[in-house]
Design a protein around this ligand. Sequence first.
Ligand SMILES: [Fe+2]
Length: 181
Amino acid sequence: MEHVPWARDVAGRLLAEPLPVRWAHVQGVGHKAEDIAHVVGDDAELLICAAWLHDVGYAPALVKAGFHPLDGARYLRDVEKADERLVRLVANHSCALIEARNRGLADDLAGEFPSPADFLLDALTFCDMTTSPTGTPVDLAERLDEAFQRYGDGHLVTRSLTEARPQLEGSTRRVRAALDG
Ligand SMILES: [Fe+2]
């Protein structure tokens, strides 16, 4: 677990001061990952680091494309020289490719950061989508309802999450099954 303090420090440095509510969410996601990390076996450390770092792209200092999975992944690749699997997890968390497509950024995202497309990504998505924007545990339906209300009908994020919903439900179901099994 030698990289976890690094991941926590990078996220805190980028988010805690400018975006305290986002930082509260990230702390919730990080702790959730620590709780369930056993479910990914030898990749536990990778999952926990990705959870702490998944939203760094919201940091004002990092905003370039204006799409946080892409801005965050580029920062982690170019500045932090992070592990490629970690960077690809951050770039693709919570069905980012669907929103990227709706923003005209799919080629950038998929070209630079191919999806890991495995259970690790399910686990990261599960941690994010079962943690509220303020860091408390919620179920996926509540999380989506809150986002739909926050962004409103017709918003690009609402449309993207609606499109992603079956995949988000699949990720959540697979992780819960593994935890229960
Ligand atoms: Fe998140």
